[in-house]
Unconditional design. Structure first.
Length: 299
């Protein structure tokens, strides 16, 4: 384990590249191919930067069925996948596999769940992981052996987020990220959170009370299994009005935590391996990405 396991949120990369690159870039079939081109170039750039011992491309459901069962609004606001992207989506696993990169699919779960599981498995065996994604929920995975690479802003670059970076970006520790999402919500996923509670208030409450259940107990809400409520403990940002809101919406906030909580699908650990640039070049050329193939062969 001389290098890290490099984990890629391929669904996010495909979406990102599809909308970032011009549709005038066509493949051998005459259809836009920017989704595949941008995805592969990002993966190759991250491999060059991190010299990984292993590379994994994670796939999964667009939205996990257990999450939509808990919260029908989960991802419901998102537009349907464009037909041009869906065409490339089906080709992505085969193209990535041609480079010798491991493919892991969460089935009914999402790519996020796959990456969280593999990073935890690697850490348990003393190895490091770099998770490439834009999803906030994966910042819950950050730890001594796991960092996240995510967009720096509107530009194409990525920045590395470690434990201190999570605290700086969100105002909470990694182990509090899921509780933060439950309290403040996550508009990108359609998770509502508690009415009137923003990111700063949620972070302040978690700093004062430790976790979501600690916040709800302080607000005077019943326990998750119907345990009697305690007297509200106002202060540390928990006003009487805010406490009343949390008591009223305790069930919904706990539901939102269950939606945001990363799951652990049964996926095989990723063995160490190298990138097969020659086979990748052949696969890229067959799809009509001639310039990419030339660059791979010249490297």
């Amino acid at each position: 384990m001389s290098g890290p396991l490099l984990l890629f949120d391929v669904p996010w990369l495909l979406y990102r590249a599809h909308f970032a690159l011009p549709s005038s870039i066509k493949g051998a079939d005459g259809q836009p191919i920017g989704a595949l081109l941008g995805t592969v170039r990002t993966i190759l750039a991250e491999i060059e930067e991190h010299a990984p011992a292993a590379v994994c491309c994670a796939f999964g459901a667009e939205e996990a069925t257990h999450r939509t069962a808990l919260l029908p609004a989960y991802h419901a606001h998102r537009d349907p996948m464009p037909d041009a992207l869906r065409h490339r989506w089906s080709q992505a696993p085969g193209l990535c596999a041609a480079f010798g990169w491991a493919i892991r699919d969460g089935g009914a779960l999402e790519a996020d769940d796959v990456m969280a599981t593999l990073a935890a498995t690697r850490a348990a065996h003393g190895g490091d992981s770099v998770v490439v994604t834009a999803d906030r929920d994966l910042m819950a995975c950050v730890g001594e052996r796991v960092v996240v690479r995510r967009p720096a802003g509107r530009g194409p670059g990525l920045v590395t987020v470690d434990v201190a970076g999570v605290q700086e970006a969100l105002g909470v520790r990694p182990d509090q990220v899921t509780d933060l999402i439950a309290l403040r919500g996550d508009p990108s996923d359609g998770i509502p959170g508690a009415p009137g509670i923003g990111a700063k208030t949620a972070a302040r409450l978690l700093a004062a009370h430790g976790d979501l259940e600690g916040v709800l107990r302080a607000a005077g809400a019943e326990g998750p299994d119907g345990e009697p409520a305690e007297e509200p403990r106002h202060g540390d940002g928990l006003t009487p009005r805010l406490a009343a809101t949390l008591r009223e919406h305790a069930a919904e906030v706990r539901r939102d935590r269950a939606v945001a909580l990363l799951q652990h699908p049964d996926v095989d650990a990723v063995p160490d391996g190298t990138t097969d640039a020659a086979a990748g070049a052949d696969a890229a050329e067959a799809l009509g990405m001639g310039r990419l193939a030339e660059d791979l062969r010249a490297a």
